[in-house]
Design a protein. Structure first.
Lengths: 309, 297
């Protein structure tokens, strides 16, 4: 690209002679080299402290635990042990179920919101209102979870509010699965709203009008005309919400109680107790789900990117 | 716009109903998003000794209390030190990698892009436990502030990379070519042309990395040594119950994060002004030079 345009732009100067040209070639060589070296620090950082640890975890999941050490005897025992312990299998399945529920709920409440923002809000206000949605993202993640323990907790804001009306707080509202799902929806709502808005912003609303002129009801027009077209955006939103929730351990720990335990808490426990091999096996199971999801939706994600330009 | 108004008229009342319902929904969402944060800030000014409801009066006592809490102060200091070093590392590494990613025609560039963004996509718990295992078991390094700095950098660098890369992609390469045609070597070209143009993105990336580091909990939790950062300190405290002191620290942390974010949004605007001025001055010079060049040609 550069090679084809440079001679044209420096056309008049080319007459001056060869030395200038050779100089530029050397210079270009140096620039090219410096461009390649740009990767070097990142390769060191990510290679040594991201790729190598991940590789080690994969190896550990197939190695043998002896006391507090892991020795390199290859085995499937860790996976077998995980799959043969009903509590672990159950926690894994419950986690998948909770993650799916939280993701579905997040998208369900984000879609009408993004729809409203994309369709009914004037262009001037769209950006500020969208910024307000992302703003909580800059408030510490730990503090956002903490804030909910204040609201939902024993003697929290909610129970006081309900007490004034004369109701008692339902027990599932704290230290149980619904509470975990609720807080997860809160935490990941901005991701979904942002992605869905980006998809809806590119949608041609005249097609909706056309469908409704032809007699479709509002919900039907949304379902048959709009949803198929913004599918890549929906897929991206699902991925961006589902994957991080799958690895959650703080939210279940703070608001989940004993029933709200997720797979991330299991991993945490195993590693805190220096049971590295089995912990690694569970960690790899999480990673496997993440990778399978990314592979399945790779195509739609790519399409999403091309749409995004 | 006119066409839309027309359509709305045709589609009539049911459409207006939908619009009203959706607007109401949006209000509910905004309340849902901000209620917990506003509540947390409110409680930090609450006189109640137990850090929760009811509100028994207003006080600044919990904020002044921070001054006489050595644990808290050392946590704040540690957090600031970590955040500064993480910012430095991720800004340098991220910016350098962004250049290679956008500029070079390396084979597997797409693969590199995905590989560098992976630390954001993978759940933090996996990065945390794998680093813990690698550092303790693999390398036998004791956990310390340095390990936290490394762990957080793995997570923050991709963000800097993305921000700087997106700026570089929208970068007019002809400016650089013009500089080198005018005799500037690559160092001068970088210093006087490239750097001023990407500076807003680099600064925004740095501020973003700083905020992320200041708030980082998920990875830090696994690789923290005896010294604790602020989020870890807050975590160990709330395990025993919420105290008003924690609410006050929370409020300070929220205000700091939001202030840095605001700064990140303002800086590109502030920086762009002098750049634009230079650009127009340069453009004027070029215009003045252009007739001469065309007459000589």
């Amino acid at each position: 690209m550069t090679a084809s345009t440079t001679p044209a732009s420096s056309g008049p100067r080319a007459v001056v002679g060869a030395p200038a040209r050779r100089g530029s070639r050397v210079r270009r060589g140096v620039v090219t080299l410096s461009q390649y070296t740009g990767f070097a620090p990142a390769m060191v950082l990510f290679g040594l402290f991201f790729a190598a640890p991940m590789a080690l975890i994969v190896a550990y999941s197939f190695w043998t635990q002896e006391g507090y050490k892991v020795v390199s005897d290859w085995t499937f025992a860790n996976y077998q042990s995980v799959f043969n312990t009903p509590v672990y299998v159950n926690t894994f399945l419950v986690t998948l179920w909770m993650t799916a529920a939280a993701t579905a709920l997040t998208l369900a409440i984000a879609f009408p919101f993004s729809y409203w923002l994309a369709r009914y809000v004037s262009r001037r206000w769209q950006r500020p209102l969208l910024f307000l949605v992302i703003l909580p993202f800059w408030v510490s993640y730990l503090l956002r979870v903490t804030a909910w323990t204040i609201i939902l907790g024993n003697n929290g804001a909610l129970s006081r509010l309900l007490g004034v009306v004369g109701l008692s707080t339902p027990s599932w509202l704290l230290y149980d699965r619904p509470a975990v799902i609720f807080v997860l929806v809160y935490l990941y709502f901005p991701f979904a709203a942002l992605t869905l808005f980006a998809a809806l912003e590119r949608f041609d609303w005249r097609q909706m009008h056309a469908a409704m002129d032809l007699g479709a009801t509002h919900p039907r027009a949304v379902r048959t005309v709009m949803l198929p077209q913004i599918k890549p955006g929906i897929t991206t939103a699902v991925i961006f919400v589902f994957i991080p929730i799958l690895g959650e351990y703080l939210t279940p720990e703070l608001v989940g109680g004993t029933r709200g335990v997720m797979i991330g808490n299991l991993v945490d426990n195993f590693f805190q107790e220096a049971q590295y091999a089995e912990g690694a096996a569970i960690a790899i199971l999480i990673a496997a789900v993440v990778i399978i999801l990314l592979l399945i939706f790779r195509r739609s994600l790519e399409v999403g990117e091309t749409y995004g330009g | 716009m006119a066409g839309e108004a027309n359509a709305v008229e045709i589609v009539s009342r049911s459409s207006r109903l939908v619009r009203g319902a959706l607007t109401g929904w949006a209000w509910v969402i905004y309340i849902f998003l901000f209620a917990p944060i506003v509540l947390l800030i409110m409680l930090s000014f609450n006189k109640n000794r137990y850090g929760t409801f009811p509100i028994t009066g207003w006080t600044l006592h919990w904020f002044t209390g921070i001054a006489s809490n050595p644990d808290l102060q050392s946590a704040i200091k540690t957090s600031l030190r970590v955040a500064l070093e993480v910012t430095l590392i991720s800004t340098v590494v991220g910016t350098a990698a962004a250049f290679s990613l956008v500029r070079s025609r390396l084979p597997f560039r797409g693969a590199f892009r995905i590989a560098f963004i992976l630390p954001i996509m993978i759940p933090g718990v996996l990065i945390g436990v794998s680093l813990l295992t690698f550092l303790r078991q693999g390398l036998g390094i004791p956990l310390s502030i340095e390990t936290v700095i490394i762990g957080q950098s793995v997570y923050t660098t991709p963000f800097v990379l993305l921000i700087v890369a997106s700026r570089l992609e929208g970068f007019d390469r002809s400016l650089e070519r013009a500089a080198s045609d005018l005799g500037a070597n690559w160092l001068r070209t970088f210093r006087y042309v490239v750097l001023p143009l990407i500076a807003p993105a680099v600064l925004a990336g740095a501020l973003f990395a700083f905020t992320l580091s200041l708030d980082e909990f998920v990875i830090t939790f696994f690789i923290i040594g005896p010294e604790v950062t602020l989020p870890i300190y807050i975590y160990t405290q709330i395990k025993f119950g919420i105290t008003p002191a924690i609410n006050a620290v929370a409020t300070l942390l929220i205000i700091t994060s939001l202030a840095i974010t605001a700064l990140g949004l303002l800086i590109p605007r502030l920086v762009r002004i002098p750049v634009r001025r230079v650009r127009t001055r340069r453009a004027r010079k070029m215009q003045r030079a252009a007739p001469a060049a065309s007459s000589s040609a």
